[in-house]
Design a protein around this ligand. Structure first.
Ligand code: NAD
Length: 498
């Protein structure tokens, strides 16, 4: 059985805690590897290695740090196919989608290649007589990232790409369900010229996470995962004096106004709801058609399109999506479908019974479509994270606007319309962090910033873009006086500018 090790101080390190997690191949349902689940002691060793390596790395000038990022980008492009296959074999998403996962992370690395420019501070000459004021951005020290299963390449790169470019050392604690790609990325960073110890990977569960959350040498924690855990990470990390950003779950709505281009909307919705088996925090699992005519037409077309979807193994280039990550997750999705039925929603397409010939043990589930879903239903209020699309009918623009605005999650939302004024008003008023206008999955590009609102994110500073740089640095402001001659009398009054 393949063994997945930790990566500390530039070397693979066999786990010695005696605890292991099972890593499945979702296409077959079989265990394909065992991953070591770190003890607190193993995590402390990784932190010590990071702490020892960080000062020299911080003292390396930003242009040299950027050169490592340029080389890392080249290596990822060299290894793209192998990385995508590895990713698909543990996650289950189709190869093309795994390449997208890697590519979106790489775009943050490309942004990090510009770190010398992004890190430049501010300067005011002559703020007073002989006085200049300037600011500098300094790294925090050792930072850690705790990542979810659904983007095992992109999300670690969001985090360590920015943190390391800013001069920090980093520890990734990947999802124990698909840990191999983050490990491989760390090896490639070393191959790209990163000094050992600056990037470490420890695998594990709550034991490893708690060791990171409570250790005084870890200055900042970045987390992406489900909301209850995000809230725990945020409160525990903050109680231990750390800077924390903790992104949580989502339930993104697609609002369809009567004037929308329905041909385009249907294509967009099917891809955004069922792509990657719905295991995306920016998926669109809820569609809100405005008016009965829009709802009727949309439902009819969605039924037709759902029927054409092909679910297949991740290596099948003709498949639209592959298996979900584990049997437990598939069963959870099925239980939400059952809940929807019991709550009185109309199950128009039922994907629960799908079985793939020759792959009966795989974690496959077909697309499901509900109509007449009501806001009071638990199956609407909670995140399902599977290939399930729910139609919630609205009578008016205001009602449609209120649904995502009042939902507990506020990650992303999309509006489909040809009316610029309606779209503009929607974007301004909706109580959600990322908005798409005729864009179904509005994940901002790497040089902007990613983050939801409400229970989709705890903490104030977002992922990547300039906010990523702010998260991984602290600002120091220097007020310098080089007077000519006498500096004046002693003063007991706070200095002001007159
Ligand atoms: P998860 O919360 O189960 O796990 C995330 C990480 O937390 C993993 O590394 C896991 O090992 C760790 N963890 C799990 N239980 C823990 C505990 N009790 N204490 C400490 N650490 C714990 O999430 P997941 O199932 O891997 O990922 C799917 C979730 O992530 C979905 O809710 C999805 O919406 C969310 N997500 C959010 C975003 C975003 O940016 N908002 C992006 C991607 C995924």
């Amino acid at each position: 059985m393949r063994r997945i090790d930790h990566f500390v101080n530039g070397k693979l390190l066999e786990g010695n805690s005696g605890r292991f997690g099972e890593v499945f191949d979702p296409n077959t349902g079989l265990v394909q590897a065992h991953v070591g689940l770190a003890s607190a002691g193993e995590v402390q060793a990784a932190i010590a290695s990071a702490a020892a390596a960080q000062p020299d790395w911080a003292a390396t000038n930003p242009q040299r740090r950027a050169r490592v990022m340029f080389e890392f980008k080249r290596l990822i492009e060299r290894d793209m196919n192998a990385l995508a296959e590895l990713l698909s074999s543990e996650h289950g998403k189709i190869i093309a989608d795994s390449k997208g996962d890697i590519q979106r992370g790489l775009e943050v690395i490309e942004f990090a290649c510009g770190i010398p420019h992004v890190l430049k501070g501010e300067y005011t000459e002559g703020a007073g007589p002989g006085i200049d004021v300037y600011s500098m951005r300094q790294p925090l020290g050792v930072c850690a990232g705790i990542t979810p299963f659904n983007f095992p390449a992109m999300i670690p790169m969001w985090m360590f790409g920015m943190a390391i470019a800013c001069g920090n050392a980093f520890i990734v604690k990947p999802s124990e369900r698909d840990p191999s790609v983050p490990l491989r990325l760390a090896e490639l960073m070393i191959e790209a010229g990163l000094p050992p110890g600056v990037l470490n990977v420890v695998h594990g569960d709550k034991v490893a996470v708690d060791a990171l959350l409570t250790h005084p040498d870890v200055r900042a924690i970045s987390f992406v995962g489900s909301s209850d855990i995000a809230q725990y990470i945020y409160s525990t990390g903050a109680a231990h004096g750390k800077r924390v950003q903790a992104m949580g779950g989502a339930k993104n709505h697609g609002i369809v106004l009567p004037d929308a281009d329905l041909d385009q909307v249907v294509k967009d919705l099917v891809g955004a709801a069922f792509g990657s088996a719905g295991e995306r925090c920016m998926a669109l699992p809820v569609v809100v058609p405005v008016g009965a005519r829009t709802a009727g037409e949309l439902r009819e077309r969605l039924v037709e399109e759902a029927g054409k979807l092909r679910v297949g193994v991740s290596s099948d280039s003709g498949a639209h999506y592959g298996p979900v990550v584990t049997a437990a997750h598939r069963d959870k999705i099925k239980s939400y479908i059952q809940m929807g039925v019991e709550e009185g929603a109309e199950l128009v397409v039922d994907g629960r019974e799908l079985s793939l010939q020759g792959h009966e043990g795989g974690f496959f589930i077909g697309p499901s479509l509900f109509d007449h879903v009501k806001p009071a239903m638990r199956s609407y209020q909670e995140e399902i994270f599977g290939p399930v699309l729910q139609i919630v009918r609205a009578e008016s623009f205001e009602e449609a606007l209120s649904l995502p605005s009042q939902h507990q999650y506020g990650n992303g939302v999309a509006i489909f319309t040809r009316n610029g004024r309606a779209a503009r008003e929607f974007a301004a008023r909706v109580n959600v962090g990322m908005v798409g206008i005729n864009v179904p999955i509005p994940v901002p590009v790497a040089y902007h910033t990613f983050g939801g609102w409400k229970r989709s994110a705890f903490g104030d500073v977002n992922q990547h873009g300039p906010e990523g740089m702010r998260f991984y640095t602290k600002v120091k402001t220097i007020t310098a006086r080089w007077p000519e001659g006498d500096v004046g009398d002693q003063s007991f009054v706070i200095p002001t500018m007159r």
